[in-house]
Structure formats: structure tokens, C-alpha cells
Design a protein around this ligand. Structure first.
Ligand code: GDP
Length: 357
């Protein structure tokens, strides 16, 4: 069995993608995965359960001149595959957001829409750092697409008229961000990303600007989240349930994002349940089988351990009553009662939040 424990002490930042329906969240995630894969290297991305891991090397291959990989010691970015703010707001970790950083996708022609406003409210409430992906730049009249290129390269290839039209839309969005209380600018003009939101013009369809988005996400994580990314890789695993799913041969399983420590096969875990915390023992930790092995009957491969940050399917008895958004805690060398209390306290917090909305 493969050991998926991460040897580094800095974990991968967890990234969520939010925005109004049809503004391109799913397409953007697909493009990020697709362009990473077409970088060609084996191990360019790792498909987890519910998430995609893009290592720094792959990002740096895509970003070319935009990135000097020696500036970074975070291992890459882990994108949660389910886009949308409903999933984002239920996905909590120790009272905060599960995602360390977010991408707010805004259709450059459409600007702010109701779900954009909702997403902004949630990001503000959870204090989640974010960047704005001003998507669909390729729909600007007269656009000359530059597949997969950094956005400055692409802008150089546009007519003055096209660039002016795009700029008008971009400044509209910057104005809307300012109305929402966020000072923002085109990302290459932002000096202090703690004070200003960076806007990245891009196209999920042609991939132009996508290298810039990955670069900005890496930069932000490295500058402002390095301390939070420092984890005890041997510590008891902590995670959040993405989804509860029945799997043939396993019964009810929980797709989980692990954000701290390590989860091992056989560990006793406490999981937030509909009525009370569930105490159970892990029977299997499952990851998607690599594509080249998909011919076999089995969809999943068993792994011995999973270290943060990662998405994993946990099979264990009694998970029927587990809840999406609930905490998962490995007990290991601690009194079981303490861990149960921890899970209860966290669940109570989630319920208060939900009642507030
Ligand atoms: P979601 O609802 O936010 O996940 O949006 P989707 O990713 O499903 O995209 C909605 C529609 O917009 C689809 O028809 C996409 O093909 C289209 N779309 C998404 N991104 C782009 C883009 O950058 N350029 C163009 N021209 N179309 C796009």
C-alpha cells in the first residue's frame, strides 16, 4: 500500500472556487486540471477524493517567467473540486473556513450578480483571503485568443479597441468590489495583497491568464499563510466531511478533506453525526485509482495513511448518520471523551452559524 503521508512540515493550502452560476467556476477548475496535465509530466497533478493537488513544479511549469519556484516552499495548491458558495459555507474547520484561500469567479461582461454578492459576504464573514478571476475575457469583441498564455502576453496581442473594451469591464468590477468595501486593482498593480484584492483577467476557455491566477494564489499563500500551513505531520488527523456516500462493498463512506496531521488506516475517529458524534474505527482509506490503472474493476485504491492537506474517502462502520460539513478527528493518544467534546463544540458552532444565515 502506498503511504500518502507528506514528509514536508508545510502543508498545501486549500483553495475553493466561488461565484455566480454560469460565471465559469466548473470550467476554470477543468482548465486548471487540464492545463496542468498537458504540461506533460508524470505526477503533474494528483486526483484526490473531492480535490485536486497541483504541485509547485507543475504550477511553475505553467507559469513560466511569472514564477521563480525557489521563492516558494509551500508544496503547491489543493483545489476543492466542488465549486460554489453553498459547499464553501458548510465546509468549516475549527470554526473558520476549510478553504485557506478562495477564487471568486466573475464573468467580465456580467459583473457582480446576486450570488457574487452572497459569496463576497461569506468571504468577508469568514475572513478568507481571495482573488477575483475576471473570467471570459475571450468574449471581448475582436479578441485574439492566446491559448494558455500569461495575461500580459495576451494583452500585447489585442487591438487597442479590444483592450479598451476589456478594461472598461474590468474597472466596472473593480468599482463593484469597492462598493462592497474591498479596495481592489488589477493584480499586477497591487503592492500589498493584504490591503488590496487582486483582479486576474483570464479565460477558462482559452486558458489565457490561468498561469497568472496560479501564480497569485501561490504568492498570497506563501506571503500570508505560511505560519498556518506549518503542521505537525505526525499529529492526529483533522478533517471536514465533504460528502457522505454509499459505496458498494464499503457501505456509507465519508469523503473528507484532511487539513491537519495524519489519518492512518485502523485509527479510531470521531465524526460529527446527525444526532451525536460517531465513534468508529477506519476500515479503509481510499483514493482514486490512477488513470492508467482504471481498466481494473476497482475504482479506488487503498492507502495506509493520508497526511494534510488531502482529500480521501474513509470507510468505517456506522457512518450512515455522518453529516457533510462535520468535523472528523483522529483520537490516537488522547482521551476519547476529550475528542468527543471537541467535535460537539465544533458542531454547536456550525449550527449557530447556520441559524444566523
Ligand atoms: P459555473 O456554473 O460557474 O460552474 O459555470 P460553467 O463553468 O458551467 O460555465 C458556464 C458557461 O460559460 C459554459 O457554457 C461554459 O462553457 C462557459 N464559459 C466558462 N468560462 C468561459 C470562458 O472563459 N469563455 C467563454 N467564452 N465561455 C466560458
Amino acid at each position: 500500500m502506498t503511504d500518502h503521508t507528506n514528509a514536508d512540515t508545510l502543508r498545501t493550502p486549500i483553495v475553493a472556487v466561488l461565484g455566480h452560476v454560469d460565471h465559469g467556476k466548473t470550467s476554470l477548475l477543468d482548465t486548471i486540471r487540464g492545463s496542468a496535465v498537458s504540461e506533460g509530466e508524470a505526477g503533474a497533478i494528483t486526483q484526490h477524493i473531492g480535490a485536486t493537488d497541483i504541485p509547485l513544479d507543475t504550477i511553475s511549469g505553467m507559469a513560466g517567467e511569472l514564477i521563480d519556484p525557489t521563492d516558494f516552499d509551500l508544496p503547491g495548491l489543493l483545489f476543492i473540486d466542488t465549486p460554489g458558495h453553498h459547499s464553501f459555507s458548510t465546509l468549516r474547520a475549527r470554526g473558520g473556513a476549510l478553504a485557506d484561500i478562495a477564487v471568486l469567479v466573475v464573468d467580465v461582461n456580467d459583473g457582480f450578480q446576486p450570488q457574487t454578492e452572497e459569496a463576497i459576504d461569506i468571504l468577508r464573514r469568514t475572513g478568507t483571503p481571495f482573488v477575483v478571476a475576471a473570467n471570459k475575457v475571450d468574449t471581448t469583441p475582436g479578441w485574439n485568443p492566446q491559448e494558455g498564455e500569461p495575461i500580459q502576453r495576451s494583452l500585447e496581442a489585442q487591438s487597442e479597441r479590444a483592450e479598451a473594451m476589456l478594461n472598461e469591464n474590468l474597472y466596472e468590477i473593480i468599482g463593484q468590489l469597492s462598493d462592497a468595501g474591498f479596495s481592489a486593482d488589477l493584480y499586477w498593480r497591487v503592492q500589498d495583497f493584504q490591503k488590496n484584492i487582486g483582479v486576474v483577467p483570464l479565460s477558462a476557455l482559452t486558458g489565457e491568464g490561468v498561469p497568472d491566477l496560479l501564480t497569485v494564489l501561490m504568492g498570497l499563500s506563501q506571503r500570508f499563510m505560511k505560519e498556518e500551513m506549518a503542521i505537525d505531520v505526525e499529529g492526529p488527523g483533522e478533517g471536514t466531511v465533504l460528502e457522505v456516500k454509499d459505496e458498494r462493498g464499503f457501505g456509507a463512506t465519508i469523503d473528507t478533506v484532511v487539513y491537519d496531521g495524519v489519518i492512518r488506516n485502523g485509527d479510531t475517529i470521531v465524526v460529527g453525526g446527525q444526532n451525536e458524534p460517531i465513534v468508529t474505527e477506519i476500515r479503509a482509506l481510499l483514493q482514486p485509482r490512477p488513470l492508467e490503472e482504471i481498466r481494473t474493476e476497482k475504482q479506488f485504491e487503498k492507502v495506509a495513511a493520508v497526511g494534510a492537506a488531502a482529500g480521501v474517502k474513509i470507510a468505517a462502520p456506522d457512518l450512515d448518520q455522518a453529516m457533510a460539513g462535520a468535523p472528523v478527528r483522529v483520537v490516537r493518544d488522547r482521551p476519547l471523551e476529550d475528542v468527543i467534546e471537541e467535535v460537539k463544540a465544533e458542531l454547536a458552532e456550525i449550527e449557530v452559524e447556520t441559524a444566523d444565515n
